[in-house]
Design a protein around this ligand. Sequence first.
Ligand SMILES: Cc1cc2nc3c(=O)[nH]c(=O)nc-3n(C[C@H](O)[C@H](O)[C@H](O)COP(=O)(O)OP(=O)(O)OC[C@H]3O[C@@H](n4cnc5c(N)ncnc54)[C@H](O)[C@@H]3O)c2cc1C
Length: 480
Amino acid sequence: MATEQISKETVRASSVREGSRVVVIGGGPGGYEAALVARQLGAQVTIVERNGVGGSAVLTDVVPSKTLIATADWMTITESAEELGIKTGADHFPVDIERVHERILDLAQKQSDDIRGRLDAEGVTTLDGTGRLGPTHDGVRTVLAETAEGELELHAEMVLLSVGTHPRTLPEAVPDGERILTWDQIYDLRELPEHLIVVGSGVTGAEFAGAYNVLGSKVTLVSSRERVLPGEDAEAAELIETVFARRGMNILAGARAAGARRTEHGVVVSLTDGREIEGSHCLIAVGSIPNTSGIGLEEAGVALTPSGHVQVDRVSRTTAFRVYAAGDCTGVLPLASVAAMQGRIAMYHALGDAVAPLDTRTVSANIFTLPEIATIGVTEQDIRSGKVDGAITRLPIARNPRAKMLGLREGFIKLFSDRSSGVILGGVVVARNAGELIFPVTLAVAHRLTVDQMAQAFTIYPSLTGSLTEAARQLHTERN
Ligand SMILES: Cc1cc2nc3c(=O)[nH]c(=O)nc-3n(C[C@H](O)[C@H](O)[C@H](O)COP(=O)(O)OP(=O)(O)OC[C@H]3O[C@@H](n4cnc5c(N)ncnc54)[C@H](O)[C@@H]3O)c2cc1C
């Protein structure tokens, strides 16, 4: 973030008064959540959105992928069916992928329509078009919106950029929407990929590889690093690799894709070491590029990072007067929850309400592999390296009575606390529904609760959260 680079002039951008005009470019979570706050604070708000409100988060990224994974999640339940006394046969629950994909696209569109309805009801004007920053006249910002009816010039006391990103591709692996795909094209498939080659083993690649594998595709995961999910808790990533391998996934570690080409009936992915892998389809999941070029940012004095992201400070100000930015286009943390928070913070700040600057240390994140990996706060690596003076405890899920009843074996809970005060600093949950289970730890980190405070709270018996309080008790023992 660029706190030190924000000019003094921009400090005056706060306290824009009630009745001010706000224009938001981009209607994803960064944009539409901000628009709702701005309306609440009495501003006139226009969103310029070129694809559909809800943004990529709703139409192509979060909602579709998590809907896909919801089906895959049900399929994993069959893994412990026999143990639980449920009779299963070969191919007992065949997947109708056409129906799965239809449901995904339908649900995403309905979610976008719901958001549009809410924005309309709150009095936000939504313009279908492409926006870019125009010149400033007497301190008033202009936004030029290219719509079906022609170009409109909008005037605003404050502009929020929340233009998101688009999938990065490889020059030698050009997506064709049929065999070589980005994640926003895969739901158009009418048949389950027989052999899906996923290029990229970050969060997106791992989630898709895991889901299609469970749904019945043969999957090869091409990972340029030595293990999947680089940068995540090492033990969690190792566990996911073990689960993937048990389910039959082929993980090519330390393999960098050079390109992908179509064959008569499928694709061939070539690696930089000369190897070639044949499959039916290839999914490119190698990151995202911010949608920040060609929309007048540099001309307006909005500084970009070398990667093309918009520089912002902790209250979402850019380097340009009365221009704020939120979400993935800022490169702060690519999460819908963070985009929405940055957008709200921008409005609170610009419209003169009380505002707490963004604190990324309290952001929880979840990787929807099956099992899921949820994290919050400091990492085990921070503690082991001496960067943080913390205590660590770890409990395997398999020891939890509720997990035994549910037939869950794979996963663990880790809790990290400050060695002297006992304040909870972070945690990792690897389990089914870890994204739900992490919330008590998030609350503890956000409100600086101690391990004793967590340990003294009641959990349901039997429950998976019982392991959280047990971990907290263990950390108490360690401190005495
Ligand atoms: C496959 C995948 C799965 C993900 N899963 C999760 C998850 O489970 N949880 C999570 O928190 N995050 C997830 N993310 C990240 C999440 O999608 C982003 O953090 C989120 O979309 C960021 O919101 P945003 O508002 O910044 O941008 P977006 O949602 O990308 O919205 C930006 C909008 O701006 C519009 N736009 C761009 N330029 C212009 C212009 N010039 N004029 C008008 N409109 C414009 C675009 O059309 C788009 O609608 C996932 C990402 C991917 C790729």
